[in-house]
Design a protein around this ligand. Structure first.
Ligand SMILES: Nc1ncnc2c1ncn2[C@@H]1O[C@H](COP(=O)(O)OP(=O)(O)O)[C@@H](O)[C@H]1O
Ligand SMILES: [Mg+2]
Length: 310
């Protein structure tokens, strides 16, 4: 199951991604992926080292994933939305090709720091493209988790990345800006059948919860209180999940239970992979590649756990 944490900068995406990844690791294998502009997930997990960034190995990743797919001529003609087809290499969580390091019971993968060149809306070389390719070729099942720390920025809407998740957790502080980002995200995602739940953060009073309820309604799944344990972690003190306040631990449980209840929809996934690739090809990628990339869509390919069989 794949879950994204999105929200305004500073809302707590990285903090909650890291806590959730640790927590989910009690139940099954977890890959935590740092795809945020500010690369802090490793720090939040307490990593002593950071693995090789995926953003710096796009060509290798493309060559690996395209495998023997006859519809993809070479790595250069593979863009971030190029979907898998027959002959492509599908990956399982923990595929050793993707550099990761073990920390706090999870495997950490990172896109690498973003530069100016990465912030364009239709950027050919976007580092987040590495994550999109990975997710497009990932065949994951229940009880295993890919946790992605993302921004709520325009990039993921331009490419279709926002549709690559079983569930999206929008982290919102109980402020007008916090709930405003939720509305924007929801409106962008409208019509794409993308399940979104709001996770309140830095809640300090019942009034904060009322505020969130009033503005996001039933979309509010749960909330985290301001956490002295998280603050201590930020100050470099040793941290274990058991140090977390009971209410915040319960909130983690609510996130994991909700994700486990989410049905996998491979059909939507496949449909949207093709749809966004077509869109991407027509808006800019065909021009950039100098060929018709819509021909990469393999109508005979069907996503699903069956294709993952070794
Ligand atoms: N529930 C919380 N309790 C205490 N501090 C928090 C909590 N959530 C986030 N923080 C702090 O707020 C700051 C921003 O959080 P961060 O996770 O880095 O946000 P984002 O990744 O969305 O930019 C960090 O210093 C973090 O430790
Ligand atoms: Mg962050």
């Amino acid at each position: 199951m794949r879950v994204a944490f999105v929200g305004k900068g500073g809302s707590g995406k990285t903090t909650l991604s890291a806590l959730f990844a640790r927590y989910a690791a009690r139940r099954g294998p977890v890959v935590a992926i740092d795809a945020d502009i500010n690369q802090h997930l490793g720090l939040a997990l307490g990593a002593a080292e950071i693995p090789r960034p995926l953003g710096g190995m796009l060509t290798e990743i493309k060559d690996y994933l395209r495998g023997d797919n006859p519809l993809i001529r070479d790595a250069a003609s593979m863009v971030k939305t190029t979907p898998p087809g027959r002959g492509s290499r599908l990956v399982r969580l923990g595929d050793p090709f993707f550099p990761s390091c073990r920390v706090a019971g999870v495997s950490l993968m990172v896109t690498g720091p973003f530069g100016e060149e990465d912030l364009g809306v239709a950027c050919y070389h976007s580092k987040v493209g590495a994550v999109e390719l990975f997710l497009n070729h990932l065949v994951d099942g229940p009880g295993e988790y890919a946790v992605v720390d993302m921004t709520a920025g325009a990039d993921s809407f331009a490419s279709g990345l926002f549709t690559r998740f079983d569930l999206t957790y929008l982290v919102a502080e109980p402020t007008r800006q916090g709930v405003g980002v939720y509305r924007q995200y929801r409106d962008h995602a409208a019509g794409f059948d993308v399940p979104i739940a709001v996770v309140g953060n830095k809640v300090q009073s019942p009034g904060d919860v009322d505020f969130l309820r009033e503005h996001v309604g039933d979309a509010l799944l749960t909330w985290f209180e301001h956490s002295p344990a998280v603050r201590a972690l930020e100050q470099g003190r040793p941290f274990a999940l058991g140090d977390l306040e009971p209410a915040n631990l319960r909130a983690l449980g609510a996130l994991l239970d909700r994700l486990d209840r989410q049905p996998k929809d491979w059909d939507r996934f496949g449909r949207q992979a093709a749809e966004f690739h077509r869109r991407n090809a027509l808006t800019w990628a065909n021009r950039a590649a100098g060929e018709d990339l819509t021909a990469q869509i393999d109508p005979g390919f069907v996503y699903g756990p069956a294709v993952a069989a070794p």
